[in-house]
Design a protein around this ligand. Sequence first.
Ligand code: SF4
Length: 205
Amino acid sequence: MKVTRRQFLKVTGATAASFAVVELGFDMSATASGVKGLRTKGIKPVPTICPFCGAGCGLVVYARENAPADGPQILSIQGDPDNPINRGGACSKGSALMNLREIYNPDTGEQEINPKRITKPRYRAPGSDKWEEKDWDWMLSTIAKRIKDTRDNYFEHKDSNGIIVNRCEKLASMGGAALDNEELHLISKMNRALGMTYIEHQARI
Ligand code: SF4
């Protein structure tokens, strides 16, 4: 009979655990009743993708239904066992994903919104060592203006040999792990329309 690594670990792990528990004389009935009360029991897991790196591991999120939008909602985030990329695994960053929004406060014993979570855009002016809070309108129009100014000032139709190049080498683009194929397709088209030649993705560096 062919035994997979997963089956082997399951059987040997369960056997070892049983021996240990029996030898130590634990009463397992209390544990069995505790399992029925798991926080995630009855809550539908929602599949998602880890945003941190190019591996793109699948995760499942257990969130309280009917929780207030501005309060703690997430009960657990774990590796998705049905995802072929990570098959249930998740590194320390992916495993700690829920801390982006919520943390456990040991003083109160409650889950609460992470006070260090940044929810508004921040801007650091050239040469400055301070971050300023800005609104999205200012941020997006400033980015758009700078892209247009750079393209207007540095677009090259022909190079020094008279060869048509239609490029702007003063602009560059860096994609992130949270972008999917369709978004990257559109971003690449926009970048090339701007004449960009330096187009990279976080997963390649
Ligand atoms: S769980 Fe870890 S390895 Fe997987 S995508 Fe997230 S950061 Fe990358």
